[in-house]
Design a protein around this ligand. Structure first.
Ligand SMILES: *Cc1c(COP(=O)(O)O)cnc(C)c1O
Length: 491
């Protein structure tokens, strides 16, 4: 007889209290991370499906055959949606990052050249590809994008070489929602025998329903793989994406199989071993519930809301939308065509938007390899629920603009200049000699960032990211996040 250490009711109450401190996941107040269909039936069905498969182990679809059946259905649905034919096969993964990483690893496995294989992508490509190159030992060639955030097909073609293992384009890119020139890049890659991956992690379940787009999916010759996240515009709980690959042999190199140990034969298409079937069951159920027409209807709602918001931003003096966003996401920057006194710094604006009830995502200014700089922006991801709250959101956007119009953005340089003494030396130190955890804590405390939880205003934090050498900001942010989950001191 086991004596429990606590009451289930008390534990759940404690969890509810913890959850109460979370940002709201529903209702459209958080304009990133969460994708709210606005349909209660979708969430209810997903929860029931997850419960139904709770004890399964996704490691072995021969023992738990429901997993293979659900994967076949989901992959079939996505293959049709993304223009694939019978030569296209796929895998369900744990999310966009895993799909990106597997696409890169597979290309590395198939790489026929000599020397270090190279991954070629526009600078706007998702950081998951930096992670993939880092994990799997590829050199990363980032080609500068235009001021509109679009990949430059000619520059990408010029950068293709015998060492290029994979070329990546986005449909659309996360930072600016730029729909890269997929056909031109894929054709150039194909003529050189290089694989071309389309990152449709965020666009894969909305762009098929977006009007007036050039082809960007598996129907484009030369596209050898594509990924789409069901835990974004598939409205499934986190933990599911699909990676579709043209050609069985190409895709088979994605698998890891091992019979060279005394345990059970291991055959893994993905990075994980034992894994939950819950996100798969939820996504499977949602695709059955919504069907293509349901996703089309939700995409249409996103389109109406996004169109209205783009128009609203256009009418806020001092702000400008970056480029021509394709899909239900966009970035706004300061409008440099109006006098400085009328401009709106997008980061101050985001901080004020939060005060008015909506959380948008701050993106730092970014200097590219050719020295050109993409301005700091604020990113908004629009989901179907937004349409029901448009008036409130537009009102908040206007008020936030009025709050900070003419207030200069924080100059990264000034921020660093205001820091003196040994701190300043640490922050500008490129050598990395003093980059240990203890020092990071002192620096973070000195910057007023050690207390845990998010600071009141994010603009100064992003300005710091812009100001610091990249290895320094990466070191400090690592400490900040690592410290968050350190267990409390034992008494
Ligand atoms: C979200 C996203 C990813 C990474 O996906 P995760 O699910 O967060 O791991 C990759 N590429 C793009 C374009 C994305 O939007």
């Amino acid at each position: 007889m086991i004596e429990f250490a606590a009451n289930p009711e008390d534990i759940l109450q404690e969890l509810a209290a913890l959850r109460a401190a979370d940002a709201p996941t529903h209702g459209g107040q958080v304009l990133s991370y969460v994708y709210d269909s606005g349909l209660e039936a979708v969430d209810k069905l997903a929860a029931a499906a997850m419960l139904a498969v709770q004890p399964l182990n996704g490691l072995d679809p021969t023992t738990f055959t429901s997993i293979a059946a659900m994967e076949r259905d989901v992959l079939g649905f996505m293959r049709t949606l993304l223009g694939g034919d019978g030569d296209v096969v796929g895998t369900v993964t744990s999310g966009g990052t895993e799909s990106c990483m597997l696409a890169v690893r597979t290309a590395r496995e198939n790489f026929k050249g000599t020397g270090t294989p190279r991954l070629l992508a526009p600078a706007s490509v998702h950081a998951a590809f930096h992670k993939a190159a880092h994990y799997f030992g590829l050199a990363l060639d980032l080609v500068p994008v235009g001021a509109d955030g679009l990949a430059d097909a000619a520059a990408m073609e010029a950068a293709m070489g015998p060492d290029t293992a994979l070329v990546v384009v986005s449909a659309p890119s996360y930072p600016h929602a730029a729909l890269d020139p997929v056909a031109a890049v894929a054709a150039a890659a194909q003529s050189r025998g290089i694989d071309c991956h389309v990152d449709a992690c965020i666009g894969g379940l909305v762009l098929p329903f977006w009007p007036g787009l050039p082809s960007w999916d598996l129907s484009v010759p030369g596209v050898t793989s594509i990924a789409a996240d069901l835990h974004k515009y598939g409205y499934a709980p986190k933990g599911i994406s699909v990676l579709l690959t043209r050609g069985r042999d190409r895709q088979r190199s994605q698998y890891f199989a091992a019979t060279s140990w005394p345990g059970y034969p291991v055959v893994n298409p993905t990075l994980l071993g034992s894994k939950s079937a819950a996100p798969l069951a939820a996504a499977w159920a949602i695709t059955k519930l919504l069907g293509t027409a349901g996703f089309a209807g939700l995409a249409a709602s996103c389109l109406r809301a996004t169109t209205a918001l783009l128009e609203a931003v256009g009418q806020i003096e001092g702000l400008a939308v970056v480029g021509n966003p394709t899909g239900p996401l966009f970035a706004v920057a300061a409008d440099t065509s109006v006098p400085a006194g009328r401009r709106i710094d997008p980061h101050h604006w985001a901080d004020r938007l939060k005060a008015h009830g909506f959380t948008a995502q701050l993106q730092p200014a970014f200097t590219q390899a050719d020295g050109s700089t993409l301005p700091r922006t604020t990113h908004l991801t629009i989901t179907p629920v937004t349409e029901s709250r448009l008036a409130e959101l537009i009102e908040a956007m206007n008020q936030a603009g009025d709050d900070v119009r003419g207030v200069p953005g924080i100059e990264p340089r000034q921020l660093l200049d205001a820091i003196e003494g040994p701190m300043a030396a640490l922050l500008s130190d490129g050598s990395g000699a003093l980059r240990d955890s203890e020092t990071a804590r002192l620096v973070l405390a000195g910057l007023g960032l050690a207390g845990g939880g998010l600071p009141e205003a994010m603009a100064p934090v992003l300005a710091l990211v812009e100001a610091l050498p990249r290895p320094v900001s990466e070191w400090l942010l690592t400490e900040l996040l690592a410290a968050l989950v350190e267990p409390a001191e034992s008494p």
